[in-house]
Write a protein that binds this ligand. Structure first.
Ligand code: B12
Ligand code: SF4
Ligand code: SF4
Length: 390
C-alpha cells in the first residue's frame, strides 16, 4: 500500500474511489492491472515489426515497443495501471445521401487525444486529494497515456479485464462492444488488480472475410499496409492502385470489421456530446474536393480529420468518388485534375477512369496534353488504357 493510504473504516476504499473518480472524470470503463512488464505482448509486437506488418508507420519502432511494454521505464516505482475506456458509439447510422464519403465513428467529433488526456489529468488530481489515494506532492506519482504514447493500449486493457482481444484486433467489452477508446494511467499506488475476462470470440470469425482489403491476415493480426484506416489516415503518398477499389466510400478510417461484429449489435450508445457530430457522419465528396486549405481548416479544426491533412483528404475523396461511380462528380474531378497538386491529380485521374464514359475520357485527354508531372501522366495513361479495355 502507498504510504499515504488511509485504512479508516469511514473512508472510501482505494479501489472504489478510483472507480468513482474515473466515472466522474468522464470515463465509461475503469479496470486495474499490476505494473509488471508486458513480456508476451512485447514479443508479439516486435514480431509484427519484423514481419513487415507495421510497415508504413516509421514511428512504430522497436525502441518504442521496448519502452512502452515496460511500465517501470515509463514511471520509476510503477505499481499499478488504471485502464480507462471511453465509449464513442453514436448509435445506429441514419440513411446517407448519395455521393457522400464515410468517416469512422471514432473521428466524428472532437480529437480524443486531448479530450482523454484532459480527463485523465482531472482524475489524477482528484485521486491526489482523496484520503485513500494520497497527494501528488507527497507520494502519488502518475503518468498517463493514450494512443500516441508508447504503451500498447489494448494489451493494458486486456490484462486489466476491461475487455478481450477480438479477432479483428480490437478490444471488445460485453457492454460497449469495441466502440471504445483506450487510455491508461501508470501510478506508484498499489491497487488491487482486476482479473482478466475469461470471454473470447469463440468460434466466430465474421470480421476476417468481411475486411474488403484482406487486412486481417490471421485471427488477431492486422497488416497495417492493407488496412483502410492506415491508407486513409497515416499513409501520406499514393494509395496502391490494387487496393483503391476495395476502399469503397471510406475517406477517414474504416469501421467494417466492427460493424459486422455480433458483439457490437448490443452496444450502448454514448451520451457524450463530444462524439457523433452529425456533419462528420458523412462528407459531401465534391464539396471536399473543391475546398481550399483554409476552408478545410475552418471546417475540421479540432477533429481527428486534421491528421490526414487537406491534401490527404482530397486524395481520399477522389478514391471514394471513383468507387461510387457517380457521373455527376466528373466536373469536380476534372477541376482537381487540372488544378490539384500531384497526389490529388493522380487519384483524380484514376477516379475518372473508373467512372468512365465520354465526359471522363475527354477530361483525361485534355489534361494529358497540358500535364508536366510524370506520375500524373502515368495515371492518366493507365486510366485511358483501362477505359479502352473495359
Ligand atoms: C498503430 C495503430 C493502428 C494501425 C495498426 C493497427 C494494428 N492492428 O496494430 C492502424 C492505422 C491500421 C490502426 C487502425 C485502427 N485503429 Co489503431 N492504433 C494503433 C496504435 C497506435 C498501436 C497499435 C499497436 O500497438 N499495434 C501492434 C500490435 C502488435 O498490437 P495489437 O494489434 O493490439 O496486437 C495484440 C493482439 O493481436 C494480441 N494477440 C496476438 N496474437 C494473439 C492470439 C490470441 C489467441 C489472442 C487472444 C491475442 C493475440 O497480442 C498483440 C499484442 O498485445 C494504438 C494505440 C496504442 N498506443 O496502443 C491504436 C489503437 C489500437 N487503435 C484504435 C482504433 C480505434 C483503431 C481503428 C478502429 C480506427 C478506425 N475506425 O479506423 C482501426 C482498427 C483496425 C484494426 N482492425 O485493428 C484503438 C483501439 C480501441 C479498441 N477498442 O481496441 C487504439 C487502442 C487507440 C486508442 N487509444 O483508443 N491503428
Ligand atoms: S478497419 Fe477496415 S480495412 Fe482495417 S482491418 Fe478492419 S475492415 Fe479491414
Ligand atoms: S466479428 Fe466475431 S471474431 Fe470478429 S471480433 Fe467480433 S466476435 Fe470476434
Amino acid at each position: 500500500m502507498s504510504t499515504s493510504q488511509n485504512h479508516d473504516a469511514n473512508v472510501e476504499p482505494a479501489r472504489q474511489a478510483v472507480e468513482r473518480l474515473a466515472r466522474e472524470a468522464g470515463f465509461d470503463l475503469v479496470a486495474i492491472t499490476h505494473a509488471e512488464a508486458f513480456d508476451e505482448d512485447r514479443g508479439i509486437a516486435l514480431r509484427r515489426i519484423d514481419d513487415g506488418l507495421m510497415d508504413g508507420l516509421p514511428w512504430f519502432t522497436r525502441q518504442r515497443v521496448e519502452h512502452g511494454t515496460n511500465p517501470e521505464y515509463l514511471l520509476a516505482g510503477a505499481r499499478s495501471i488504471i485502464s480507462l475506456g471511453l465509449n464513442y458509439y453514436p448509435g445506429p447510422d441514419e440513411e446517407r445521401d448519395s455521393g457522400t464519403g464515410l468517416v469512422a465513428r471514432y473521428a466524428r467529433g472532437r480529437d480524443y487525444h486531448r479530450l482523454m488526456k484532459r480527463r485523465m489529468r482531472r482524475l489524477v488530481i482528484a485521486m491526489s486529494t482523496h484520503p485513500s489515494l494520497g497527494r501528488v506532492d507527497e507520494s502519488l506519482k502518475a503518468r498517463w497515456f493514450v494512443d500516441d504514447g508508447p504503451m500498447l493500449d489494448r494489451a493494458a486493457a486486456v490484462r486489466s479485464g476491461l475487455g478481450w482481444f477480438g479477432k479483428n484486433g480490437n478490444v471488445l467489452n460485453p457492454t460497449f462492444g469495441s466502440w471504445l477508446l483506450l487510455g491508461q494511467i501508470i501510478t506508484n499506488l498499489e491497487l488491487e488488480p482486476d482479473p482478466r475476462l475469461s470471454k473470447t470470440c469463440g468460434e466466430c470469425t465474421r470480421c476476417i472475410p468481411s475486411c474488403p482489403t484482406d487486412a486481417i491476415v490471421a485471427p488477431y493480426v492486422v497488416d497495417n499496409r492493407r488496412c483502410i484506416s492506415y491508407l486513409t489516415i497515416e499513409h501520406k503518398g499514393t494509395i496502391p492502385r490494387e487496393l483503391r477499389p476495395a476502399m469503397g466510400a471510406w475517406v477517414f478510417g474504416c469501421d467494417i470489421c466492427q460493424e459486422v461484429c455480433p458483439v457490437n449489435r448490443k452496444a450502448k450508445a454514448t451520451g457524450d456530446p463530444n462524439f457523433g457530430r452529425r456533419d462528420l457522419t458523412t462528407l459531401d465528396l465534391v464539396e471536399l474536393l473543391d475546398m481550399t486549405e483554409g476552408e478545410f481548416r475552418q471546417r475540421f479544426a479540432g477533429t481527428p480529420l486534421m491528421r490526414a491533412k487537406w491534401r490527404g483528404m482530397q486524395r481520399n475523396a477522389c478514391v471514394a468518388l471513383g468507387n461510387l461511380g457517380d457521373e455527376s462528380a466528373i466536373p469536380a474531378l476534372a477541376r482537381a485534375l487540372a488544378a490539384g497538386d500531384s497526389l490529388v491529380k493522380q487519384h483524380a485521374a484514376w477516379a475518372l477512369g473508373r467512372i468512365g464514359g465520354n465526359e471522363a475520357r475527354t477530361a483525361l485527354r485534355s489534361a494529358s496534353g497540358a500535364e508536366q508531372d510524370a506520375a500524373v501522366n502515368a495515371e492518366i495513361s493507365l486510366a485511358l488504357d483501362e477505359m479502352r479495355a473495359g
